[in-house]
Design a protein around this ligand. Structure first.
Ligand code: PGA
Ligand code: ZN
Length: 425
């Protein structure tokens, strides 16, 4: 039973305040979790409640913390921490709004995850094992950023994430090793080209390129330089995050100096798909462009995974609709987009029920919290996206995956190529 719920202000990877919640059970066992924060957020996301005003750029979380102490803590006292659905239902009802605007999604997600950690600790199990039981044996395919653009790099490139996946790897550990080789090769190529300029928000190289396609060419060369067969052993995934440069069927690619309509966007991406070993594209068009998603999937979905992030915002209803319209093959799962673990799980269950894939994902603002890798393994979500292969808020998740894979030992099954959800009905 829950004996206390305490919120504290800690700091995230962008040096901004964020919410940590600590749940203590009778008997003294505790669980703790930290809310992440997005920068290229979907408009349908749960509210990341900030204080506004001038102090700390308006990013302080005093109101969210106040909600934890004054509203959430009294409501959760005495509740069974093993009843995650019950605890989350209470948060949802207490908030009473579709977008968690009263309590703040940052307050609710930190609380929800802390309850899960407390229950796992009380059971004496790692969280992944507590969530998934004996059946949790799948290690997800990592999707790892090499160049970071968009809102994570002051718009230096329009495309937000240039990532690699390693469908040819034999284990999670090997996928990380291959990615490390590609990351180093990309760094050397950038240096040779005189374009090495530090890293973006998620740790990928700062994209000092003339246009988006140059980054794709450089990434393909990095894969080759590292000694892998592009497309087979190591392939490219993109998060276009098109909502950050387009809306209402109008896309403005600042780096290219081009303005495109929805069909033009699909054509542009189609050209890249033909020229580079790209196997997955996230948010190819803006969140308000369902027709664009459907057109893109119709054209390229047979061979390319189409992922909805800002478009689906980890919402079970939107996932079901995407399955019905054929707009996406895969849902990005970010727990703070909906605000509780139970709603995140519901979005994943909806995807599975319709034959869609899933990717558990971090945010651009992160911390040492490693809950999400436990969710991926515990729920059997076969893909995992955490940003790049530098900065400890990213590495903490990759390294925790290594520990889990080691704990699974011979029972571990690496999701590999089969994790990429492609095909059309
Ligand atoms: P965000 O970026 O956390 O800034 O939303 C991550 C993503 O778009 O996948
Ligand atoms: Zn995204």
């Amino acid at each position: 039973r829950i004996a206390s719920v305490h919120g504290r202000r800690v700091w995230d990877s962008r040096g901004r305040p964020t919410v940590e919640v600590e749940v203590t059970l009778q008997g003294g066992v505790t669980g703790r979790a930290i809310a992440p924060a997005g920068a290229s957020t979907g408009s349908g996301e749960a509210l990341d409640l900030r204080d506004g005003g001038k102090r700390l750029g308006g990013h302080d979380v005093g109101r969210a913390l106040g909600n934890v102490e004054r509203l959430i803590a009294p409501a959760l006292l005495g509740r069974d921490a093993f009843d995650q659905n019950g605890a989350d239902r209470l948060l949802i009802d207490l908030d009473g709004t579709p977008g968690k605007t009263r309590l703040g999604g940052n307050a609710t997600i930190a609380t929800s995850m802390a309850v899960a950690h407390a229950a796992a600790a009380a059971a004496g199990l790692p969280l992944w094992r507590h969530l998934g039981g004996e059946g949790a044996v799948t290690m997800p395919l990592p999707e790892i950023q090499i160049f970071g653009g968009g809102k994570h790099a002051a718009g230096r490139l329009d495309i937000q994430d240039f990532l690699v996946v390693c469908p040819g790897a034999g284990s999670f550990a090997q996928a990380l090793e291959w990615t490390a080789e590609v990351y180093m090769a990309a760094g050397r190529l950038m240096e040779e080209a005189g374009r090495l300029k530090g890293v973006a928000d998620e740790g990928g190289f700062w994209p000092e390129f003339d246009d988006n396609e140059q980054a794709l060419a450089m990434l393909t060369r990095a894969i080759e330089r590292a000694g892998y067969r592009p497309g087979e052993e190591v392939a490219i995934a993109l998060d276009v995050a098109a909502s950050s440069f387009g809306a209402k069927g109008h896309y403005r690619l600042g780096r290219e100096g081009r303005e495109l309509d929805s069909a033009g966007m699909v054509e542009l991406l189609g050209g890249w798909l033909a020229r580079y070993p790209i196997v997955s594209v996230e948010d190819p068009v803006a969140e308000d462009d369902e027709a664009g998603f459907i057109a893109f999937r119709q054209r390229f979905g047979k061979n390319v995974q189409v992922v909805g992030d800002d478009f689906l915002v980890t919402d079970a209803g939107r996932v079901a609709r995407a399955a019905a319209t054929g707009s996406c093959s895969t849902v990005l799962l970010k727990p703070n987009q909906c605000g509780t673990l139970s709603e995140t799980k519901a979005a994943w269950e909806a995807a599975k029920a319709h034959g869609m894939g899933g990717i558990v994902s971090a945010r651009s603002g992160e911390s040492e919290d490693v809950t999400i890798i436990h969710l991926a393994v515990g729920w059997g979500v076969a893909q995992f996206k955490v940003g790049s292969f530098t900065r400890s808020e990213r590495m903490a998740k990759w390294n925790e995956g290594l520990r889990i894979e080691e704990a699974l030992g011979g029972r571990a099954r690496f999701a590999g190529r089969a994790a990429l959800t492609t095909g059309l009905e």
